[in-house]
Design a protein around this ligand. Structure first.
Ligand code: PXG
Length: 465
């Protein structure tokens, strides 16, 4: 075991952490009892903890470290920018070189005429911006009553009041969101859990047509926009049936509503394309970006806006919106360097043509495990559904997530970060993961599945509910 000597003993760190640090999406009391895992370093796809354990990070942090850990070029870009111009704002007719360079680069990379960027510090903030943007847009068009945004149950669009209101996660909905009026949720295209006897294709069409039904019910002149992740990430890597997105696109076109693709996870190569919208052939008016934009090395998010929407907003006078850190020079410099690496090292192409197909084959092979019902994967985001009975797609009798959590615990013990959402296991590794590292990922996943299977059989939990 490596000796890590430049910090306090793990137990002392954990005690201080529990005493003073409130964690996101965590049970604080539980955390204080167990102690947080302390991550001290990382390189490539591998994390090191304070006890010297090496862990393969099959989640790329929180779906964001697309180019992998330990790239000096990004640290150097940040240091250079901090020395030259650590901060200046982009309000009141000022700008700076990194924000100009990044905006031009993003306009080049984004599909079609998504040529304009409004910056935020995160994906949540960017989705808050989107609510302001689309409502301001329709006001400028002389349609102030067109202010309803349609979203989906089990979507994740962030944790601010706006992002949380757009999202449709039950765990958050019980804690005070949505708080923004004028947001309407339709059902998600999760065939495994909700598709019943229908084929995936029938079910995909049915769920897409809920958008049309909602527009008719709410009034076609009241609906401003529809927002969705191309592939739901935090909801459990729910890959929609093939019929879903074409029908959504048809409906958005027919009723003239704005389509917002939340590309916070799907963007910057995750699907084997630069953007998930390209994978599905959809034509959003606005894309939310964050995470992979800087590979998580610096906080940055934004909204990419099409020519017509940007032009309308620009012609409508002051848009009274913005953040101190909109277009932060250090984050922009880091993002620019990250995009250079993604492009010059052909990382997106490698995912599409080599490592993506390799991971898909290995990931789908897990369905031969007695507990794995289906495997879904697009590029480098995948999920498997755990079930006690594959044919009927049954849930476990135990509370949802009990088996998933048991599996995640075994994964950690076996040197793998693989997450669970309910009883789905999910991965989203750094895009630079090699074939040998994919083999290790699958080996550890299989071992963890085997151990979980043995454990739940012993505990009497391998029973349909
Ligand atoms: N949209 C999508 C699609 C996301 O996945 C956000 C917006 C918000 O971005 P920020 O940068 O404000 O976090 C996200 C973030 C999880 C998990 O547990 C997922 C996210 C964040 C934290 C945890 O899967 N996604």
């Amino acid at each position: 075991m490596n000796v890590i000597s430049n910090h306090m003993p793990t137990a002392d760190l954990q005690t201080l952490d529990a005493a003073h640090h409130m964690h996101p999406f965590s049970d604080g009391a539980d955390l204080a009892r167990v102690g947080a895992r302390v991550i001290t370093g990382a390189n490539g796809v591998t994390l090191t903890d304070s006890e010297g354990h090496k862990i393969l990070d099959a989640m790329a942090g929180l779906w964001c470290v697309n180019i992998g850990y330990g790239r000096d070029e990004l640290a150097d870009a940040a240091a250079r920018q901090m020395k030259e111009l650590p901060y200046y704002n982009t309000f009141f007719q000022t700008t700076h070189v990194p924000v100009i360079a990044l905006s031009a680069k993003l306009a080049e990379l984004a599909p079609r005429d998504l040529n304009h960027v409004f910056y935020a510090g995160s994906g949540s903030e960017a989705n808050d911006t989107n609510i302001r943007l689309v409502r301001h847009y329709w006001m400028a068009k002389g349609q102030p009553d067109r202010n309803i945004i349609i979203s989906r149950k089990n979507a994740y669009h962030g944790s601010t009041l706006g992002g949380g209101s757009l999202g449709g996660m039950s765990g958050m909905q019980n804690q005070g969101v949505p708080v923004i009026p004028g947001i309407h949720h339709i059902d998600q295209p999760d065939w495994w859990s909700e598709g019943g006897d229908k084929t995936p294709e029938e079910f995909g069409l049915e769920r897409a047509r809920q958008l049309e039904a909602a527009i008719k019910e709410l009034g076609a002149d009241r609906v401003a926009a529809f927002i969705a992740e191309p592939v739901q990430g935090a909801g459990g890597v729910i890959v929609p049936p093939s019929t879903y997105w074409p029908e959504i696109q048809r409906i958005c076109d027919e009723y003239g509503i704005l389509l917002i693709a939340d590309e916070v996870i799907c963007g910057f190569g995750r699907t084997g394309h630069w953007f998930g919208s390209e994978y599905y052939g959809i034509r959003p008016h606005i894309m939310t970006i964050a995470k992979g934009l800087s590979s998580g090395y610096a906080p940055i998010g934004g909204s990419m806006v099409c020519d017509e929407v940007a032009h309308t907003i620009n012609e409508a006078g002051d848009f009274n919106h913005g953040y101190t850190y909109s277009g932060h020079p250090v984050s922009c410099a880091v993002a620019l360097e990250n995009l250079r690496i993604l492009q010059e090292e052909k990382i997106v192409e490698t995912v599409a043509n080599e490592t993506g197909p390799y991971l898909k084959e290995k990931w789908e092979s897990l369905t031969d495990h007695p507990m794995v019902g289906e495997a879904n994967i697009v590029g480098m985001m995948g999920s498997i559904a755990l079930t006690p009975h594959k044919e009927s797609r049954a849930k476990f009798a135990a509370d949802t997530g009990t088996v998933g959590l048991a599996c995640r615990t075994r994964c950690f013990a076996n040197g793998l970060v693989m997450r669970h959402v309910g009883d789905r296991m999910i991965i989203s590794p750094p895009l630079v993961i090699s074939k040998a590292e994919i083999d290790t990922l699958i080996e550890r996943a299989r071992l963890s599945l085997d151990e979980t299977y043995e454990q739940i059989k012993t505990d009497g939990l391998f029973v349909a509910g």
